[in-house]
Ligand binder design. Structure first.
Ligand code: NAD
Length: 459
């Protein structure tokens, strides 16, 4: 389909200028309509995700539709209080005044989404953008066409098209959209494309949120419940067949624990997906042939500790464990983003830092240890977007926690109230009373320095 991006954005700018999205009741009404529609279409969404890459229904509800429904419920419940101007304590320098922060929508916003959680990563930013009073263009991924189609259907059913619209297509469509002037761009995807987005936003100084990826380390200390740690790591790694931005990318296991922990991992993979994961109804496929080829070239036979089975026709790659691949090997160079789990080992804290220092700041870091001091040291010593002690991925599930990266894994964060905040400019306004006017700030200044310094102390 041919889109006239300039026309779409002009129509949205006019819609925003009409002031309709500034009305909180209107925002709430459309969000309620959205909630009704996504509930009604839940099975269709799960079917589309299955058609796109055999995502199991349970995972689709847990990581896609369920999250969107929860975010909507929370936002609808809290919208009135979030949108109210927030009174803050005035500065003594301003006395007497009433100081407030107003949340103001940016205007016309663009949401570009990836394919790995194609529904949730399109809809969750949409909820924040609409709640904050913006118009939205969503560009979902071209690699999951069934899901993108459903997203377009839901949006056109719920929203007036000049308020929210879906533009489908690949890189060229994305580039056409990026050539327009936006008031905010929210991008989820790879680091390389994130840099393209930042460049496209720069000429107009358009603010951006970049939710990117990275190589997420998962540190396993010897003082750990191996069975439980293996369960949580196997789940976080092989969920969505490893195509999760916050999946543990590689393990760093205490050297003496390697043998026993590897055995615990293998036992857990078998318990979760059976002797032949290709037959498991709970195991996702790789999204396309390009990614299949990229991933299979990381699997070197002599490094395979477990798995390694692949089937191109089915885009299937078995849960695979690799034995200490070199740090400059394909598996250890870039983000894996698939069901391949390399194991590295450490003997000292230095070893851990040396491995992690090879990479840009990751989106997530995980540490498994009963030793709270060791775990805290890992969490404070390294910079990363977010993470967990004794678990993987689950920090995503708390809407009170900001979700986002740092350095090359991204900038900005969202979820829950923070999604609303991300899509709002925080406008500070003081309302000065006229009944008193303290004259210190006015010229002539002579003889007022001491008093000024006194007031500055209580600023
Ligand atoms: P991608 O960067 O290839 O694509 C993301 C979106 O950008 C798609 O809609 C695509 O059409 C568009 N796009 C691709 N190339 C473009 C270009 N040259 N110019 C303009 N637009 C372009 O990412 P992907 O393969 O869909 O997703 C995988 C990546 O996303 C991984 O790196 C993963 O870590 C990351 N990710 C991050 C998060 C997060 O929340 N931080 C979540 C999911 C995925």
């Amino acid at each position: 389909m041919e889109y006239n991006c300039s026309e779409i954005i002009l129509a949205q700018k006019n819609f925003f200028a009409s002031g309709r999205t500034k009305n909180v009741h209107y925002r709430k009404t459309v969000l309620k309509k959205l909630l009704k529609e996504v509930r009604k279409r839940e099975n269709d969404i799960c079917d589309a995700l299955y058609a796109d890459f055999k995502k199991p229904k349970f995972e689709s509800v847990m990581t896609e539709t369920g999250i969107v429904i929860s975010e909507l419920q929370l936002t609808i419940r809290k919208l009135k209080s979030w949108t109210k101007p927030k009174r803050v304590f005035p500065s003594v320098l301003n006395f007497p005044s009433k100081d407030r922060v107003y949340s103001e929508p940016y205007g016309t916003t663009l949401v570009i989404a990836p394919w790995n959680y194609p529904y949730q990563l399109s809809l969750a930013p949409l909820i924040g953008a609409v709640a904050a009073g913006n118009t939205v263009v969503i560009k979902p991924s071209e690699l999951t066409p069934n899901t993108s189609k459903i997203i377009a259907e839901i949006v056109s059913e719920v929203f007036e098209k000049d308020h929210v619209t879906v533009v489908q297509g690949g890189i060229s469509v994305s580039q056409k959209l990026l050539a327009e002037r936006w008031d905010y761009i929210f991008f989820t995807g790879s680091v390389n494309v994130g840099k393209i987005i930042a460049k496209a936003a720069a000429p107009h100084l358009t603010p951006v949120t970049l939710e990117l990826g990275g190589k997420n380390p998962c540190i396993v200390d010897i003082h750990t419940d191996f069975e439980l740690a293996a369960k949580r790591i196997v789940w976080g790694k092989f969920l969505n067949a490893g195509q999760t931005c916050i999946a543990p990318d590689y393990l760093i296991v205490q050297a003496q624990a390697k043998f026993d922990f590897t055995k615990a991992l293998i036992d857990e993979i078998k318990a979760a997906y059976g002797e032949n994961p290709q037959e498991s109804p709970d195991y996702t496929r790789i999204v396309n042939e390009k990614n299949f080829n990229r991933l299979t070239s990381m699997i070197k036979e002599d490094e395979v500790l477990f798995g390694g089975v692949t089937d191109k026709d089915d885009l299937y790659i078995a849960p695979t464990i690799l034995d200490e691949p070199a740090l400059d090997s394909e598996a250890m160079r870039d983000e894996i983003f698939g069901p391949i789990l390399p194991i590295q080992v450490y003997s000292s804290l230095e070893d851990i830092s040396n491995i992690i220092a090879n990479y840009e700041k990751p989106l997530a870091l995980y540490v498994f240890s009963k030793d709270a001091k060791f775990a805290n040291r890992m969490i404070t010593r390294h910079s990363f977007g977010g993470g967990a002690i004794n678990d993987t991925v689950m920090h995503f599930g708390n809407h009170r926690l900001p979700f986002g990266g740092v350095g090359e894994s991204g900038m900005g964060a969202y979820h829950g109230k923070l999604s609303f905040d991300t899509f709002s400019h925080k406008k500070s306004v003081i309302k000065k009373a006229n009944w008193l006017d303290i004259p210190i700030r006015y010229a002539p200044y002579n003889g007022k320095m001491k008093l000024l310094k006194f007031f500055l102390k209580y600023f």
